[in-house]
Design a protein around this ligand. Structure first.
Ligand SMILES: N[C@@H](CCC(=O)N[C@@H](CS)C(=O)NCC(=O)O)C(=O)O
Length: 271
């Protein structure tokens, strides 16, 4: 358990989000919490040390994790359902049955197929420069901590690669194909008003936007990584920069994200 998480008073009714700073699944949950103005507290974990903290809570190691009402919930899709049931407004899940099924299909496709494949290309680029990897995931921590983490990154890199299915050039190439597929889908599907399902902002946009934000780096957003980017990551971004779905993602963020930065600690409005 991280030092910050240990400081949480026992028996608290506050909603706690245990997260990674730059991760589409975590961004999905943050976006829903921000949009619905759910009072909560955030704890950013570092990839590597996160394992011990999360195993104790969920028996697994994936972020995001919500701790509330005496339970720990993981899996961004499950967490979004839990949030929607308690804070229905503004609604993320379409009420029309066909639209709802389509939004859930898009979420499932991104969560289970596209996002993990894209992540392989992204993590591979970041791991090529340990300081870039430590800068992204250790953002907001004191410089000395980031330096220590950067020194540890090459040691942890084989585990990160294995854990994310990065096995050589073929998996990175497949990640690039998945990025192209996701961007093409969004560019083709976004209607005149720019939404993927049902003519209004919802789960499909939030899911696709969170994944594509890694490639679009919407300025002044919780997904804008620290600059300067490492050379390999900058080259990856450059590959897709001119795609219309990158512009779609930036517009979506400007109009619907409603938060310019991530944070650790209590959200506005929490006590
Ligand atoms: N299907 C899960 C995927 C979550 C996931 O893959 N989280 C990654 C960050 S992008 C993670 O925490 N990885 C660390 C680990 O698995 O130990 C969800 O929707 O929440």
């Amino acid at each position: 358990m991280s030092a910050a998480y240990d400081e949480v008073p026992r028996g608290t009714t506050m909603i706690e989000l245990l997260q990674f700073r730059h991760s589409p699944y975590n961004e999905k949950v943050r976006w829903a919490l921000d949009l619905k103005r759910v009072p909560h507290r955030r704890h950013s974990l570092l990839p590597g040390p996160h394992v011990a903290t999360l195993r104790r809570l969920t028996g697994r190691t994936q972020t995001p994790v919500i701790v509330a009402e005496g339970h720990a919930i993981d899996g961004s899709a499950r967490i979004l359902e839990w949030i929607e049931a308690r804070w229905p407004q503004p609604a993320l899940f379409p009420t029309d049955a066909t639209d709802r099924a389509e939004a859930l299909r898009i979420q499932h496709w991104f969560d289970e197929d596209l996002t993990p494949r894209i992540r392989r290309a992204v993590l591979d680029a970041l791991l090529r420069q340990p300081t870039a990897f430590a800068g992204v995931f250790g953002e907001g921590r004191p410089p000395l901590q980031r330096l220590a983490y950067a020194i540890a990154v090459p040691l942890a890199a084989p585990l990160v690669r294995k854990g994310n299915g990065i096995a050589g050039e073929a998996s990175v190439e497949d990640g690039l194909r998945a990025a192209q597929q996701a961007l093409d889908f969004v560019a083709e599907r976004a209607g005149a008003n720019g939404f993927l399902v049902g003519g209004r902002f919802g789960l499909g946009d939030l899911t696709a936007g969170s994944t594509l934000a890694v490639l679009a780096q919407p300025p002044a957003s919780p997904m804008a990584g620290p600059k300067p980017y490492g050379a390999a990551f900058a080259a990856l971004l450059g590959r897709f920069e001119a795609h219309p779905a990158v512009a779609w993602t930036r517009r979506l963020y400007a109009r619907h994200r409603g938060a310019s930065r991530d944070f650790d600690g209590p959200s506005e409005g929490s006590v």
